[in-house]
Design a binder for this molecule. Sequence first.
Ligand code: KIV
Length: 266
Amino acid sequence: MMKKVTVSTLAKRAEANEKLVMSTAYDAIQAGLCMSAGIDFMLVGDSVGMTHLGYANTLPVTMADMLAHTAAVRRGAPEAFVVFDMPFMSYQQSDEAAMINAGEALKTTGADAVKLEGGAEFAPLVRKMTGAGIPVMGHIGLMPQRVQVCGGYKVVGRDEAGAEQVLSDALALQEAGAFAIVLECVPEALAKAVTGKLRIPTIGIGSGKYCSGQVQVITDLLGLQEFKPKHAKRYMEGCELISRALKQYADEVRNGEFPAPENTFQ
Ligand code: KIV
């Protein structure tokens, strides 16, 4: 029996200077595979909009989408630490709506925590959530839910003002009770400085090797989409392998090789 991973497990590993490994997962099969590969914790990211739902960005993703995918991940990995990504406009409209949505996420899916994009401006909300017993992971640097305001996906914190903003946002989220912070696409030196100033772990994506841990999108790791971001590394060429397998299936049906006697009931 695997032991349940908790916020304390993650904090202890980070204190012992063990790198934390996080991957996104969106369904029960992926969750089971991540768990058996020893991935420390899983994010059901709103990136599901692009990886599984065919959207161009994360904005159309709904609470209903996130609830269904997170519940599937929980079923596939009962002992995993699972983070529910709060979708666009599920927490920005009012603290009351945010608390109701975060509560629903934990109650109905069995998620262990929620993640939300935003810095110091969301610190009062993060404090309310943690005060009510909802563990919160912050997310600063590049915030994909703000893509339309920022005019694209860009590295954040290259200039002095931007770097100071990232650091003060990180400190505000820590003080509000966040248990960890995703740093997305900030320069490596800034990620190192922020990590050095925090007591809680930083989880980097596109932010270099000095973060306390890393998170990657599972479809990037497995090469399941044509697009490959600079920060990602493909550990297999999924598109190529799957296309080859499906083509072989189609060929074998057409030439009569499949189904063979071992695939047939008599
Ligand atoms: O939705 C997502 O996959 C994320 C990661 C990129 C951190 O937020």
